[in-house]
Write a protein of this length. Structure first.
Length: 685
């Protein structure tokens, strides 16, 4: 078994030594890199949270799962919202979510040009069998949006689905029900249901969310056939920012909600069907058509006037892969992907804007945007895996992708009110470009060398170049005088070096990366969307799993990084060249201490650290960071019954999940939750 796989198993054992049932021995296999089960040692950039890890954490929010993953930093907003980062600053712009690909069972949650920064709340992570995280640019099998990394939530197959139910209750009227079952002796069909209610710790906040997933698997006449269906619904009452320096330290303000009218309603439906077969010569193929539909409404409480956004998309596509063993030591994967998307976006405001005379005159009531976009994607890829010697392996891939947008503005062109009358101060803030067709053609590639130095040491070196498309919201949701964006795809090129050590009680890995981004898309001082920015991303990731003895173990995840602007841009008289990118902490990580008290009882103490970071590009304001403790315990009462207790923010610290700065509000924060306690009961059948 590979050293990397052993490390993952060790990490899983550390976090959850009391699994109620044995799992299939698949921890040394991953599917994200090649769309089929492949050896984890060939893909050390993929970090796996397996079923044992997920079961031990029982996360309320996916951020609680990913906090133990090297290179990953998710900042929570309110409710189920978050902002993502993988080897990057935390992304905050309208289309910056395109820098990280999110998927369930290998199918992206959104189309390439229509991401949503919170889209992982549409994945059924509550019932996942594993989560695979690609740190750095994705493989050739995935195109745009896998710029900085990828998160793939994998639901259980019927064969590994336990029949069980669990209930949880806790602070702030929190309650959750989870049910899973596999039908029949052959276990071909499995269902997964989760329903969550959170009363919210802030005034007039909270959410209700329901998710249902189905998985089917069978073998007919030489074909492996699988299918999946997922439906989600979220109704959230959103509490917005609190403003003012160190406002998160004021207990009364932490629980206040200045935007009680804010909400987010989201519905999604996804389905896929896959069939695969192996030929007599050992080659095989996979063909997977899919569809998705999403619909979202949310009040943009973070913008003047609190406009309502409505967006949605219907899409269908196909993924394919043909696997060929050209020789005993060379495997080749080729394939073609295609997708069609019909998307829309509307923005409207039903009341006058409050604030300065300028804001009131330039942000009117009525419709701001109303457009639809038809998008077509066609991609081809080739991927090779060459075993040069018994201890030397070369992996390389190339992907060509062509994407076209057909944009239709369903309002008046320009920056007038929706009835054609002009705004004061030179025109309305929101500008609607004329109908257009835009297309982008891109190549992404990578080459990686894996070297097994000994039975305990492994190292790798990787070069990659990836891209992300300009999102539709960046191209067609313009402001001020801009009538055409003319954006180019962002590109990221970099090197990555890593070393992995596996001993009987110790697994350790260190990764160093150095990446440069060109055509960085941002909004300039004239409020134009432009793509001539440059940034650099350098960092070190360390993960250590050490088993002191049968009772005590520790897992450490430590990250040090510098994310900087590397282009000249004057903001308020300050050139930001060489400045830290806002919301890019230089240090963050976690430590998990595990104590196996007995065969039935285990406890885990988690320490998480968030370093300080700047709140705006000029680096004039900052958040000092925070440290938190979380406690988790599990008691296996009988083989069928299990109790759990979780205490988050054990020391009841005041902190901010997220902080930033604007010239309109100064410092503003999403405050963190105080000490909260949750009790769970699980029954296996």
């Amino acid at each position: 078994m590979t050293s990397y796989a052993l490390g993952l198993i060790g990490f899983a054992t550390l976090l959850h030594p009391l699994s109620a049932e044995p799992e299939e021995n698949i921890e040394n296999l991953i599917v994200t890199a090649t769309r089929t089960a492949s050896d984890a040692s060939r893909h050390p950039e993929v970090f796996v949270l397996n079923n044992a890890v997920l079961e031990s954490i029982q996360a309320q929010h996916i951020q609680e799962l990913l906090i133990s993953t090297p290179g990953v930093n998710l900042q929570r907003g309110n409710g189920q919202e978050y902002l993502p980062a993988i080897r990057s600053p935390v992304f905050t712009g309208a289309g910056s979510c395109g820098a990280i690909l999110t998927a369930q069972d290998g199918i992206p949650l959104r189309s390439a040009g229509f991401c949503n920064v919170n889209e992982l709340f549409e994945a059924h992570s509550e019932m996942a069998h594993s989560i695979e995280i690609v740190r750095g640019s994705g493989t050739a099998l995935y195109g745009s949006n896998a710029l900085h990394g990828m998160v793939n939530v994998i639901t259980p197959t019927p064969a590994v689905t336990p029949s069980r139910w669990s209930i949880e209750t806790g602070s702030d009227d929190y309650a959750r029900l989870k049910v899973s079952t596999a039908f029949g002796d052959a276990k071909k069909l499995a269902t997964f249901l989760s329903a969550t209610h959170d009363g919210g710790f802030r005034d007039e906040s909270g959410f209700a969310q329901q998710k249902l997933s189905l998985r089917y698997a069978t073998h007919i006449d030489g074909y492996d056939i699988e299918a999946g269906l997922s439906a989600t619904n979220l109704n959230q009452e959103t509490a917005g920012f609190i403003t003012g320096l160190d406002a998160y330290k004021d207990d009364a303000r932490v629980k206040s909600n200045q935007t009680p009218e804010a909400y987010r309603d989201v519905r999604s439906l996804r389905g896929w069907l896959s069939w695969a077969s192996e030929f007599a010569n050992g080659s095989s193929f996979m063909f997977r058509p899919y569809f998705r539909s999403t619909d979202m409404q949310f009040l943009q409480h973070f913008l003047p006037g609190d406009p309502l956004e409505e967006n949605g998309q219907n899409s269908f596509g196909v993924q394919s892969a043909f696997y060929t063993a050209l020789s005993s030591n060379f495997d080749l994967i080729t394939g073609i992907d295609a997708e069609y998307t019909d998307a829309f976006l509307k923005q409207s405001q039903d009341q006058p804007t409050q604030g300065s005379a300028f804001l009131m005159a330039t942000i009117p009531e009525g419709k701001h945007y109303d457009y639809k976009v038809d998008a077509k994607t066609l991609a081809a890829f080739v991927y090779g895996d060459w075993e040069l010697t018994e201890r030397l392996n070369l992996v390389s891939g190339l992907r060509y992708e062509s994407v076209s947008y057909d944009y239709d503005n369903r309002m008046l062109d320009g920056r007038s009110r929706d009835d054609g009358t002009p705004c004061g101060f030179g025109g309305c803030r929101y500008s609607r470009p004329a109908d257009s067709k835009d297309s982008f053609d891109n190549l992404s590639s990578h080459i990686q060398v894996n070297i097994e130095l000994s039975d305990t040491w492994r190292t790798f070196l990787k070069w990659s170049k990836a891209y992300r498309l300009p999102q539709a919201s960046e191209l067609y949701r313009l402001q001020r005088d801009q009538s055409e964006a003319n954006l180019q795809p962002e590109t990221l090129q970099g090197l990555e070096f890593g070393a992995l050590l596996n001993l009987e009680r110790l697994h350790a890995e260190v990764t160093i990366y150095d990446q440069d981004k060109d055509n960085f898309i941002f909004r300039d001082s004239d409020f134009f969307n432009v793509s001539d920015g440059q940034t650099s991303h350098k960092g070190v990731e360390v993960f250590v799993d050490f088993q002191f003895n049968e009772a005590f173990s520790v897992a450490v995840n430590a990250n040090s990084a510098k994310h900087r602007y590397t282009y000249d841009r004057d903001l308020n008289g300050i050139n930001i060249h060489g400045k830290d990118i806002d919301t890019a902490p230089r240090h963050f990580g976690s430590v998990n201490l595990q104590w196996t008290i007995s065969q039935q009882l285990a406890a885990q103490l988690q320490f998480s650290h968030m370093g300080d970071y700047f709140l705006e590009p000029e680096n004039l304001h900052s958040y000092p960071g925070h440290n938190l403790l979380n406690l988790r315990t599990q008691y296996q009462w009988t083989p069928e019954w299990q109790w759990s207790l979780r205490v988050n923010n054990l020391l009841d610290r005041n902190y901010a999940e997220r902080a930033d700065y604007t010239s309109f509000t100064d410092e503003r924060y999403f405050p963190g939750r105080g000490r909260s306690v949750f009790v769970g009961l699980q029954r296996l059948f």
